[in-house]
Design a protein around this ligand. Structure first.
Ligand SMILES: Cc1cc2nc3c(=O)[nH]c(=O)nc-3n(C[C@H](O)[C@H](O)[C@H](O)COP(=O)(O)O)c2cc1C
Length: 178
């Protein structure tokens, strides 16, 4: 049984993390769009960009998958929000619960990484969505903003990149246990 890294990435930051992880572990990485077969894998590592809380491609990839004993699932999210903030971690966990059945979620090990955004490169749809979000959040006084929304307002319209390949270390460790 082979291991596999599957990634869902729109603008490239998740793909770059997946490719680096592949280099460092020797596990092949493929996009979820290639619909890789998962049933015979020993370790499945899923990396997905966060889009309005959802993990890109995760639901589609894991639909109908059930883990046999001995099979392992690692789920890695890549987003703008700082994963060191407890509030952001809770949001990510809550949205994962909407995307995966408890049978899978209970078996999964979760990791959160930080990506980036370049507003110049966004699709028209994404740009419009974030503009509307920005306009509505700006009406809330700063002292009432959540940390995540405050960070979003500060980086709105800019190019930021929090990618740090050193943050893959705990994931590599987890892959190499047992
Ligand atoms: C429309 C849109 C919605 C987003 N929603 C979230 C979000 O809910 N939480 C978060 O942490 N980051 C969010 N982001 C930021 C992306 O997760 C971040 O840019 C990530 O690096 C994208 O990965 P990718 O480059 O692999 O597509 C959003 C970005 C866009 C464009």
């Amino acid at each position: 049984m082979e291991n596999i890294i599957v990634y869902g990435s729109q603008y490239g930051s998740t793909r770059r993390y997946a490719q680096k992880l592949s280099e460092q572990t020797g596990i092949p990485a493929v996009s979820y769009k290639e619909a890789p077969v998962l049933s015979n894998r020993k370790i499945i590592v899923y990396l997905g960009g966060l889009y309005a809380g959802g993990v890109l491609g995760l639901e589609k990839t894991m639909r109908g998958v059930s883990l046999r004993s001995g099979q392992r699932l690692l789920i890695v999210t890549v987003g703008l929000a700082d994963p060191n903030e407890a509030e952001n971690q809770n949001n990510i966990r809550a949205s994962l619960q909407k995307q995966l059945p408890p049978t899978l979620l209970d078996r999964a090990k979760m990791f959160q990484l930080r990506g980036g955004i370049d507003y110049q490169r966004l699709s028209f749809g994404h740009r419009t969505m974030l503009k509307l979000l920005y306009q509505s959040l700006r009406k809330i006084p700063p002292e009432k903003q959540t940390a995540e929304n405050q960070a979003f307002i500060e980086t709105y319209g800019k190019q930021v990149d929090f990618t740090d390949f050193n943050t893959l270390e705990p994931i590599i460790k987890e892959i190499n246990t047992r």
